[in-house]
Design a protein around this ligand. Structure first.
Ligand code: THU
Length: 138
């Protein structure tokens, strides 16, 4: 599905707005994400850090987990906002891949300038997916 310019702008603005709520006292690297479902709903997310550093959750996965826990599974695009246009980490790429290799990914900096427009499959070539698992027991 091709995003309209208006949808893209709304998604970017939502990611930028969400970024204000990032909890990043340790890295000071604030991330906001906005995930668009095929029904047109947007779920946002931020990174949530922890004094036990590895427990930290990224913005992209926060958005995906919020959406999935509300019954959503079909995603069209995600916008990610950071200070400098940093790209999604490997774990977030893998989680996005679970729900669609053709999800569009738009990376912006804090000005809203687009640094990268791509897809999950381009970010994670050769992704491990459920197709590689043996048939599941009923
Ligand atoms: N972070 C994200 O939220 N998303 C990514 O894809 C990359 C990293 C967060 C995790 C941590 O809170 C901070 O950015 C620095 O790694």
């Amino acid at each position: 599905m091709k995003l309209s310019d208006e949808q893209k702008q709304t998604l970017i603005q939502t990611a930028l707005q969400a970024r204000r709520w990032a909890y990043a006292p340790y890295s000071n690297y604030r991330v906001g994400a906005a995930l668009l479902t095929d029904s047109g709903k947007i779920y946002d997310g931020v990174n949530v850090e922890n004094a036990a550093y590895p427990v930290t959750m990224c913005a992209e996965r926060t958005a995906v987990f919020k959406a999935v826990s509300e019954g959503e599974r079909r995603f069209v695009a995600i916008a990610v906002a950071t200070a400098n246009g940093g790209t999604p980490c490997g774990s977030c790429r893998q989680v996005l891949a679970e729900f669609g290799l053709d999800i569009q990914v738009i990376v912006v900096d804090e000005q809203g300038t687009v640094h990268l427009e791509t897809t999950v499959s381009d970010l994670l070539p050769g992704a491990f997916t459920s197709k590689q698992l043996p048939p599941q027991e009923p």
